[in-house]
Unconditional design. Structure first.
Length: 339
């Protein structure tokens, strides 16, 4: 059932994507805001209580609804799986900026590309050369694809195989959501999440994303240049061994970017874009940033200078990875049916 649930959710999301500021997103915002305002008392154990209530409670409720519907009718449980995946999984939540920037670069309109990148990431991109525009678009798009698609697929597939329905998809998206939201809430004077809560959310997100980030990196290696991707993975691991103090979330993102760099032979990493536009908290949050964790490669990787052709290569890499996931899910579904 997992294969068909993912397939239907992806088709539905492509045909009828959720609009920005939809009721689901608004509900998540309200829930996360209530959590830190009501439960965050500034201590680390309060942070864990807040995180458990905001992330784990919706996960458990999702599981309970799935279990109840499964007992009533398998078809209802299937519809529930599709509905949950529809709001947690999909490319259309971020792909329009990627497409618009690529089209602008194809037309030679670099000013438009810079303006779109600035709007997307809430940064000053006015001085970026063409290759740097492409590099940043690749980095942000690959990480967005991981967080919105492959990471969700990883946790959904794992817990669904254990009979837990779409609980994994909710846990993954909520943990990423609150880590990002509470980091930006801290910028609002008198209304921000405490440092303890931010640290808890960031640590939990790093642990939850540990396995999916490596699965995504391996998938990119399989469907891209395997030897180069694995070599880039190895080099990144050597550059940031376990003993080096690097946030787990940043380490996870850096691994994905390193694998992407090798898979399509493109130079990634280097100086990060800085958010220097007037502070617009909600817009920055919508940009999908995790603050200082956003760019995890402080040094450039080997590879060709980024150009527009690499954008097409990355699109192909991502879609081949989706096909790989679907094939694996189809085989697992078939094995369960035959077993």
């Amino acid at each position: 059932m997992s294969f068909f649930a993912v397939l239907f959710a992806l088709i539905l999301e492509q045909a009828r994507p959720l609009a920005r500021g939809n009721w689901v997103h608004t509900g998540f915002l309200g829930w996360a805001r209530w959590g830190h305002r009501s439960l965050d008392a500034g201590r680390r154990h309060h942070g864990w209580i807040t995180w458990i209530v905001v992330v784990i409670v919706p996960t458990v409720l999702t599981l309970l609804v799935h279990s109840l519907l499964w007992q009533v009718n398998v078809l209802l449980a299937f519809v529930w799986n599709v509905a949950v995946l529809y709001v947690t999984l999909g490319f259309r939540q971020f792909s329009h900026f990627f497409t618009d920037i690529r089209d602008a670069l194809d037309d030679g309109d670099e000013e438009m590309a810079r303006a779109l990148l600035a709007q997307w990431r809430q940064v000053d991109a006015s001085e970026l050369p063409r290759s740097e525009i492409v590099r940043h678009v690749i980095e942000y798009s690959v990480l967005a694809a991981h967080r919105h698609v492959f990471g969700v697929l990883g946790w959904f597939s794992l817990l669904a195989a254990l009979g837990l329905g779409p609980a994994g998809a909710v846990m993954y998206r909520m943990s990423e959501f609150v880590a990002r939201y509470w980091a930006y809430q801290s910028k609002i004077p008198g209304d921000g999440a405490s440092p303890a809560l931010q640290q808890v959310a960031s640590s939990a997100w790093g642990v939850i994303d540990f396995m999916p980030s490596r699965i995504t990196s391996l998938g990119f290696a399989v469907v891209g240049s395997f030897e180069d991707a694995i070599d880039a993975w190895r080099n990144y691991t050597h550059a940031f061994p376990v003993g080096v103090v690097v946030a787990t979330a940043s380490r996870n993102d850096g691994l994905i970017l390193a694998a992407t760099s090798g898979a399509v032979n493109v130079r990634l990493g280097g100086e990060a874009l800085k958010a220097v536009l007037p502070p617009k908290i909600l817009q920055e949050f919508e940009a999908g940033s995790l603050g200082d964790q956003d760019v995890a490669l402080s040094a450039s990787t080997p590879g060709r200078e980024p150009d527009v052709a690499h954008l097409r290569s990355v699109v192909g890499l991502v879609w081949r990875s989706v096909v790989l996931w679907m094939v694996l899910l189809a085989l697992l579904t078939l094995a369960r049916l035959l077993g």
